[in-house]
Every structure is written in C-alpha cells, then in structure tokens.
Design a protein around this ligand. Sequence first.
Ligand code: MG
Length: 389
Amino acid sequence: MSQVIQVETFILTVPRTTPYLGPLGPGERVNSRGYLVRKGNGTIYPTVDRSVVVRVTTADGAVGWGETYGICAPRAVCEIINDLLAPELLDREPDDVERIWDDLYGLMRVRGCFGGFHVDAIAALDIALWDLRARAHAKPLWALLGERQRETIPGYVSGLPAATLDERVAMARTFAAQGHDAFKIHAVVSHEGIVEEIAALRDALGPIAQLMVDLHWKFDLAQAQAMAQQLQPHAVTFIEAPLKPEDVAGLIELGRTSPIPVAAGEEWHTEYEARLRLAGGTLAYIQPEMGHTGVTQFLRIAREAEHHGVRIAPHATIGGGLFMAASLHAAAVLPGLWRHEWQHSIFSRSVEMLDTTMAYRDGDYVLPEGPGLGAAPGARFWDHAEAVA
Ligand code: MG
C-alpha cells in the first residue's frame, strides 16, 4: 500500500441565521469573536457553523478526507495537526490506521492530552486514513468495519430551534406530520421549563412518540435525580448528559437510581473514558461522536458498549458532513445500534457542500454510495473553506 506524503488542513466556516440550539435567550449576547455563552449550561458556542477538514495524500496520488470539531479556536486543531501529528504520519500506510491512532495518541499521553483538541486532531486524520484504506480496497468504508446490519440508519429529530415553547411545539407537530416519531429537546434552551416543555410535547404528539431530553451537563446528582422523577410521568425514552463530565461516580449512581434510562458519551474521545463509565453497568445508551473519536475509537467504544449490553445512539453535531458520513458507515455495522441523531439544521446544508449520495429520508439516513466515505468536498465546499498551513 502507498505511503502518506502530504497532510493539509482547512477551516470550514458556514454562516447561519439562527444560532445553534436556537435564538439568543435572556441575558445571552455575542462577544467580539463571534461566540455566545448559553446561560443554561455555561458553555460557549460560535454563531457560525465551523469544522476542521483534512486532506491526506499518498504517494500513488490517492486522497482521503477527514474532519473534526472546529467550532471553537479551530486554528488550535490545525496547528496540532501541522506542527505535531502530520510529520509523524508521513511515510505511514493507511492499512496501519489503528496502530497509527495508538501511536499518535501516545505522543502526548504523559502530558495529559487524553481528549480535547489533541484527540480531535487525531480523529480527523484517522477518518482520512480509513477513507484512503477503503478506497485502496475499492470498498465502501462500512465493508472494512464489520458485517452490515441494516440498509438504512434510523434517525431521530434533535432540537426544536425556535424562540418560544409554542413555536417549538408547532415545529414538532410539523415534523410529526412528515412522519417523524422521535424527538429530543435541548434543555439548555428550554426557557419555559424542561418538564413543561416535555409535558407540552407529549400532549401535542400523543403517547406513541419517543421523547428524549438532552440535559447538557446542567445538574448535580441530586438535581438530576429530582428532574428524572418529574419527567417520569411523561414516558421519556432517555435523559442525556445529565451531569458534568467529570462526575463519573455520579453518572453511574444516577443510572442506578433514575426511573428514566440514562444516555451519555458525546464528549468522550477514547475507549479509556468510555470504559470508566461503562464499567458501572448502569448506562442504558451511549452516544459516541465520530468527530471526537475517529473511526478507530468509535468502533472500540461501540464494541465495549455492546459487551455491556448498552445501546448505541451516535451523536451528530456541527460539521461539514464528512465525519457524519463516517458515523453512518460505522453505525451500519453495529448490532447494538438504537438510532442515529439527526441535526436537521445542519445535515442538509452539509450534504449540499459535498459530492455524495448521503441523504435523510422519511426518518432514516441513506448511506453514501461509492468507495471510502462516499463523500468528498464539492464545489460549494470550497466557497467556505480556508487553507491553514
Ligand atoms: Mg447532546
């Protein structure tokens, strides 16, 4: 197989009219660098959609594409790739991608880089190497990852980005009329109250609809337990990200005591973080994010979850669609898959920028066709991309 000879990084920036998660809430403002802090969870978000994309080229001229988070300080990720990781990737072969992930992670482990920008940067390269590897074998990515379990990937509606509860209920009704049957609310913008919002949605959508609540790491253990009790009468499928990521013991205890199943994992980067939480044996769903994990860690985390009998509901977030394509390929081979998150405010715009057959139709994702990811930047992508050396 051919060796890596070049790695390039790009920042993809796509303007949006409504900020991610919905219009600005009470007391929220955009700062001088174009970020806003959500009062509901103290987390910073950009007012644009942004990610970091990599192009990896091998000596035979083949090209692989990868992508990771770039929503905040994207130049930090580019610098880690260009200064630190790319020189170590030169002359390596895409067939060694799993060992390469371990090697690149190992470069900085004793300096405490167990996640964050460092592992995001590795994820982008990992996806590009898997893309190259699959293309070299003239196969779609999923065919290298395992046995295909399903033709399409069931999804669920994530977020109702409207200003008021009435408007969010109306938006959910519109989705339901289109055939959607599973909805997740983003508690960080439930300005009229989380329980009130779920009650209104249950009332509007009827008993069959699946309702989930993303709690955005808002609570401590006692608060989350109380919230779960209040939500229980409304038959919620899961509560997601209830506690701050550092509270591993609290998360396990909440899983043991909550009357509603608990989901977690979108912020995890590695199998090491996943194992600590899955070992408690109380989580019901995990939500690996391809943009953080890359293909290699996504699969290792998913296999660990399946070993524990935990269902997998992959996360979807702001991106240009490349790590989304990788996530669909991986989801296609998981026996333990539940549904894949569908970020309706992002997905369709991503697809428009790519050369791909990837689609979302009638509540299901359609896998991209073709070798590798089955997705690569198209003409509209380059209107929004900036090369970073
Ligand atoms: Mg979430």
